[in-house]
Design a protein. Structure first.
Lengths: 98, 371
């Protein structure tokens, strides 16, 4: 079971709590996790990545295991701790403002 | 009992305000979509319980919400706005070519005739249509691929298609406006478009009478006279009596002819309203006095409406989509400010009172007249 923590505004949009759990078939990558997230919560399509190009939105970041994975290839396997469900994948709205 | 429902979009959510026909006591619900920018909400003329909202965020992009119960509950619907075919380029602020990029939906215009058909004006400027109540959106690319499009340039707020006006008599005729390209008209329900900017003069562009490049802020018409259009341009208040073929200035005795919204009285097709703003450099009312100006002669002769509006130390703006009129016998007028006030008049603008004082900056105001 893959755990994904969503930022506040996406939780309210999807009407879910802080963390959602996903069954991801095959290799566990950013792309496959987000694919399953969007299947389970279709209202999130386009809010984390572009619906056509799948490119991450500029002000979204992906953290896990105290690492910034935002600029890793979306097809790279996620850390084993995320795959095993020990640690969540954090979807973060980038800090901005002042 | 008749009444009104006022739909207010703000920088931090949407609010729904209802009242009876007296429009004295208000029930305010919200914020809906708290924390998100709500550029526009509008109800379907064909089904007033159906309301659409454009919900946007620099972080999370575009969401479209639909309510089927008058704004009590909402459901996210389709939010994919893909340009149809090669996007081409328009001019960037520095005059260099820049590819079209979708940013947000500025304006939602439900069809007069069909509750499932909606038009959307977006940034970068393009005209979209949904025929399934917002589940999916298709660009009508005839506008974006007009031969003049490579010369369009963004205004300060982006290159936005912010105004969509349907001709209530001729269902094939639609007017739109883009900052800063100008006004356009379609006579085939949005398939093809042509600029309608003859008569406009904009000293801010190299050729002040050019075919395109004008910063049109808003267009309005009265349903009984659809060939008569009123326009608030960046500077200048204009009118056309031939469907936009030619425009003449009707700024007359206004203290300044810069501003954003323009509206027509519900029952008097020659009674129009503007809110003069000091200048393009000073986006607040002259002398710190918030004044709506009314002309009962279709322009040129204007009178200030001030009763109930702040007449000192007022430095707010009223944005282009932030005013609306209802259709009750005594016509009501509503507008919101960047200071978070929403004002209402139940007597054609003679007297005003705030519905709310302290909302986030108001981006849009629409009103539904309920039976």
């Amino acid at each position: 079971m893959i755990r994904v923590v969503l930022p506040y505004h996406l939780r309210t949009l999807a009407s879910v709590g802080r963390e959602v759990q996903l069954d991801v078939a095959g290799a566990v990558t950013q792309c496959s996790v987000l694919d399953q997230l969007e299947v389970q919560y279709p209202m999130l399509r386009g809010t984390i990545r572009d619906q056509v190009t799948k490119k991450r939105r500029a002000m979204i970041r992906f953290f896990a295991c105290e690492e910034d994975l935002s600029n890793e290839s979306p097809d790279e396997p996620l850390p084993e701790a995320v795959v095993s469900g020990k640690e969540p994948l954090l979807v973060i709205g980038a800090m901005a403002g002042g | 009992m008749s009444g009104v429902r006022v739909l207010v979009g703000t920088r931090k959510g949407a609010f729904v305000m209802t009242s009876d026909e007296k429009r004295k006591k208000w029930n305010v619900e919200g914020p809906h979509f708290a924390g998100w920018e709500i550029y526009h909400l509008k109800g379907s003329p064909a089904n007033p319980d159906r309301i659409y909202a454009s919900q946007t965020s620099s972080w999370f992009g575009q969401v479209i919400q639909r309510s089927d119960d008058g704004g009590k509950t909402w459901e996210p619907v389709g939010n994919q706005f893909a340009y149809d075919g090669p996007t081409g380029t328009h001019l960037w602020y520095d005059g260099t070519p820049h590819p079209w990029e979708f940013a947000r939906v500025w304006h939602i215009e439900p069809s007069i005739h069909d509750e499932n058909t909606i038009y959307a004006g977006v940034e970068d400027a393009a005209f979209f249509r949904s025929k399934d109540a917002g589940a999916s959106w298709q660009e009508m690319p005839g506008l974006r691929t007009h031969t003049s499009a490579p010369r369009w340039q963004p205004g300060a707020g982006g290159m936005c298609l912010h105004t969509i006006v349907q001709d209530p008599v001729n269902a094939n005729r639609i007017f739109i406006a883009i900052s800063a390209a100008g006004a356009f008209r379609s006579d085939d329900a949005g398939e093809t478009w042509r600029p309608i900017n003859s008569g406009l003069k904009s000293p801010e562009i190299p050729q002040p009478t050019a075919e395109v490049g004008h910063c049109v802020h808003r267009i309005a018409l009265h349903p009984s006279k659809p060939d008569t259009l009123f326009m608030q341009k960046h500077w200048d208040v204009m009118r056309s009596d031939n469907g936009g073929e030619f425009w003449t200035e009707v700024s007359g005795n206004l203290p300044t002819d810069f501003g954003f919204p323009i509206d027509v009285h519900a029952h008097e097709p020659e009674t129009i309203y503007v809110v003069p703003i000091t200048s393009d450099s000073l986006h607040y009312p002259p002398d710190g006095k918030l004044r709506v100006y009314r002309s009962r002669s279709g322009g040129n002769d204007w009178e200030p409406l001030t009763k109930g509006l702040p007449q000192e130390n007022c430095y707010v703006n009223v944005l282009r989509d932030a005013r609306a009129v209802d259709k009750l016998d005594s016509c009501g007028i509503y507008f919101g400010t960047t200071g978070g006030q929403v004002y209402a008049s139940a007597d054609s603008g003679d007297n005003w009172a705030p519905i709310v004082h302290d909302l986030p900056a108001v981006l849009s105001v629409e009103v539904q007249t309920l039976a």
